[in-house]
Structures are given as structure tokens and as C-alpha cells.
Design a protein around this ligand. Structure first.
Ligand code: PSV
Ligand code: MN
Length: 432
């Protein structure tokens, strides 16, 4: 069989050549502009090259809603094809060298093959994700009424064992973290005893925690509703923080940007978690109404910038133990998932670089003086600067594309994959 189609490095370099003169011009202009206020374009390019964000294996397939799923052409049909797509994203942007797997969706028959495939693609494995929000074929106990917090001990045991299995797989493939999100909750007032349910969850999590290696992290991901519509067991960052604290130092909180009530000040939550040393990481996406899983930065780019403002402030202040993991968690219903993930990773880099441009001493002086206009203006000065040339130069220097989506389209990747991967009936949506 012919080797699977790949976007060659030479092709990216050739496409870059057509745009490199414009990029140099834009960079020169931006460099002069930033230098007026003491900014340095070169150090920002290096900063951008250093930022890494993991791609979710489940993000490269077309998502869906609870109404329908409209499959795209050439979708990956299993974990190996998902790795191919993740590698394509990384080749284009060079900031996404790790993949976050979801078990059992990506459960490997042979971990050796998975390790070899990742190596061939230049990829690593980020956090493992367990799944106790769905029943799997042949599973003994059902998660219809919960998993880690279930009333029934046998169901809780099964859910604990599944999480331990995820850790075991992760250990073999070089992962260093487990993310636990449960759909446990209730749909009716009175259906569940809040206190007892959280107690059972904690008891289960203690068993999982005991199986987490010392050099691993255990992320608790909260979500305020869905699939449960009246109450969720791990409903907010406060509950997540309390559980992470109860469990111990290996446990911390994961912030998925779509898992908060509307209008909640997420950047302030981020700041609180940093302050109390429990910010474990992120699932980046964007949202207008709920857990929309829209592309990062597509609806509220200022919010994304403000979150990075907190993160960069912590980085520059050298807050002890500050080392969050960055992951994307999106569902793509109307776009080519590769294009969405490429674009989203760029938006994350954009927010990061802009946050690095904030004049922090000016901001601090404005805060001390109670000068709100100058404080906001200082943030806006960074946020409204178009840092696209910095991001493009960072990609190019790392071997990626100056214009990743254009290169991807010109390569004909999706058409090739449509031939290599004929549509399969019954590929699951893989998205909650
Ligand atoms: C739940 O909505 C979530 O954000 C969790 O991270 C899951 O693992 C993921 O989406 C996939 O359904
Ligand atoms: Mn998530």
C-alpha cells in the first residue's frame, strides 16, 4: 500500500517563500512601533515559539450536537489516523506537539504501536482523559445515574478501575497527567443528596489519587451543568478547589472555558487558582451560551487575552509552582477540524504574546492611582496591537507555515484523506 499522504516540509517552505517578503516588511514596521515603547519584537517571537498547547484526539473528528452530526470527508477512523491529523496541525503551527487521548475512544490494542506512531509523527502524549459519562459495549454497570459518585458501590468501583486503567495506559505511553471529568449530577430537585454524592465522589477520587504516580498530576475538571440539568457534582471551581485540596498536592483544578455560568469572570477564577496553587491547566475553547466548544478566541477574544494576562503576570512574578498545562477542547460542527484547531492554537499564541506586551509597571501605577481609564487603556494597548507578524515569524522559524490555513488548503490534504479513509458507518460523535 502507498504511504499515507503527508504535507511535506519542502511544500511548506515553498509556500512560505511567496509570503516571506511581506512578512519581513510587516515585522519591520511592527518592530519599529514596539521599540518606541521599549518593546522588542525578537524576544516576543521567541516567547511565541516557546508556548505549547496540546490537541485533543477527539477534536480532529467532526463533532456534533445532540440533534445530529454531519460527518466531514476523510475523517480519522481510529487513533492512528487521529495522530496523522494532529501531526499535520503541528507541522503547520509548530506549537502543538502533544496529543491528549480519551479512553476508551482511543484505547490502543498495542501501546507499542501507538508509541511508534507518535514517534514517527514527532508527537508526545499529554494528559489522559477518562470516560465515565458513557456506557461502553459489554460494560457491567451503567453510568446512567452517575459514576464516581453513584449510589451503588459496584458502579463506583468500575469507574475507579477505569480511571486506574487510564493511568496504566498513560504510564506506558509517557503521559504525566489524568484529567477526570464526570457527568454525575441530577435532573430533578430532590433526586440526589448533594452532600452524600460529593462524599462518595471524594471517596472514589481518593482511590484514583492513590494510583497516580508521584510525578503525575491529577486534574479535576468542573462543569456547571450538562449532561445533568439540575445539579452537577463537580459544578464549579470552588468545589473543584475543595476536592483538589482534600486530595493532596498531586491534584489540581482544570479550567475548561465553556464550563462556567454565563458572564462569570473566568480570569478572576484563574487568578484565584494561581494564588492558592491549584491551577492545573486549561481546556481552551470559546462559548456564547454554555459548553458550546466553539473555536478558542472566536467569540470572546478579549476574555482569552485577560486570562493570559493573569497567566503571564504569574509567569513574570515567578509565582512558586506555577506550571499549568494548556490543552484545547473543542467540537467542530461546520468547519474542517484541522483548520479550526490550527486557527485556535494561533489565537492562544496571540493572546499569550499580547499579554507579554502589557506595560506592567504602567498598569501597576494606574492601579495605585485609582486611574481606571489608564489601567484599561494599558491592557487595550496590547490587546489591540496586531501581533500576527510575530506569530507568523515564530511559526516560520520553527518550521511551520506563515499562513497555515492557506498552506493546508493548497496541499489538498483533506481530498487525499477522503481517498485514503473511505467513510465508515457509525463513527461516534465522541463529544458530549
Ligand atoms: C466535557 O464537556 C468535556 O469538556 C470533558 O473535558 C470531556 O472529556 C470532553 O468534554 C469530551 O467530551
Ligand atoms: Mn473539557
Amino acid at each position: 500500500m502507498a504511504a499515507n499522504f503527508e504535507i511535506e516540509q519542502d511544500f511548506i517552505a515553498e509556500q512560505n517563500r511567496a509570503k516571506s517578503a511581506w512578512l519581513a516588511e510587516d515585522l519591520e514596521y511592527l518592530g519599529k512601533k514596539l521599540a518606541r515603547h521599549g518593546g522588542d519584537v525578537e524576544s516576543l517571537i521567541e516567547k511565541a515559539r516557546g508556548l505549547k498547547v496540546a490537541v485533543p484526539s477527539w477534536g480532529v473528528g467532526t463533532g456534533g450536537t445532540r440533534f445530529a452530526r454531519f460527518p466531514g470527508q476523510g475523517e480519522p477512523r481510529g487513533v492512528f489516523e487521529k495522530l496523522e491529523d494532529c501531526s499535520t496541525i503541528n507541522k503547520l503551527v509548530r506549537t502543538t506537539p502533544a496529543v491528549s487521548l480519551h479512553i476508551p475512544w482511543d484505547k490502543p490494542e498495542h501501546t507499542d504501536q501507538l508509541i511508534a506512531a507518535a514517534k514517527q509523527h514527532g508527537l508526545e502524549f499529554d494528559a489522559m482523559n477518562s470516560n465515565t459519562f458513557q456506557d461502553q459495549l459489554g460494560q457491567k454497570q451503567s453510568y446512567k445515574y452517575g459514576s464516581l459518585s453513584h449510589e451503588d458501590a459496584a458502579t463506583r468501583k468500575q469507574a475507579v478501575e477505569h480511571n486506574i486503567e487510564c493511568i496504566e495506559i498513560g504510564k506506558k505511553i509517557g503521559s504525566k497527567a489524568l484529567t477526570v471529568w464526570v457527568g454525575d449530577g441530577s435532573n430533578f430537585a430532590g433526586q440526589s443528596n448533594f452532600r452524600l454524592a460529593l462524599g462518595r465522589y471524594l471517596e472514589s477520587m481518593r482511590e484514583i489519587y492513590a494510583a497516580v504516580p508521584d510525578d503525575w498530576k491529577l486534574f479535576i475538571e468542573h462543569k456547571f451543568f450538562e449532561p445533568a440539568f439540575y445539579s452537577s457534582v463537580i459544578n464549579d471551581w470552588g468545589t473543584s478547589y475543595i476536592c483538589a485540596t482534600e486530595l493532596g498536592p498531586k491534584a489540581s483544578c482544570l479550567v475548561d472555558l465553556g464550563h462556567h455560568a454565563p458572564n462569570v469572570n473566568i480570569e478572576q477564577i484563574v487568578s484565584r487558582l494561581i494564588q492558592f496553587k491549584k491551577l492545573g491547566g486549561f481546556h481552551f475553547n470559546d462559548s456564547k451560551y454554555g459548553d458550546d466548544d466553539l473555536d478558542a478566541g472566536s467569540v470572546k477574544p478579549f476574555q482569552l487575552f485577560l486570562i493570559f494576562n493573569e497567566l503571564v503576570d504569574a509567569e513574570l512574578s515567578e509565582v512558586e509552582g506555577f506550571d499549568p498545562c494548556y490543552m484545547l477542547d473543542q467540537s467542530h460542527n461546520v468547519t474542517d477540524p484541522i483548520e479550526s484547531l490550527v486557527t485556535s492554537s494561533i489565537e492562544i499564541s496571540r493572546a499569550f504574546v499580547q499579554a507579554h506586551m502589557v506595560d506592567r509597571s504602567k498598569l501597576r501605577e494606574a492601579q495605585k492611582a485609582g486611574d481606571a481609564i489608564t489601567a484599561l487603556g494599558t491592557l487595550k494597548e496590547a490587546f489591540t496591537t496586531d501581533v500576527s507578524p510575530i506569530l507568523a515569524a515564530a511559526r516560520e522559524r520553527s518550521g511551520g507555515a506563515i499562513d497555515p490555513v492557506a498552506v493546508y488548503r493548497a496541499s489538498g490534504y483533506r481530498t487525499q484523506k477522503a481517498k485514503e479513509r473511505p467513510a465508515q458507518i457509525g463513527i461516534s460523535a465522541g463529544i458530549v
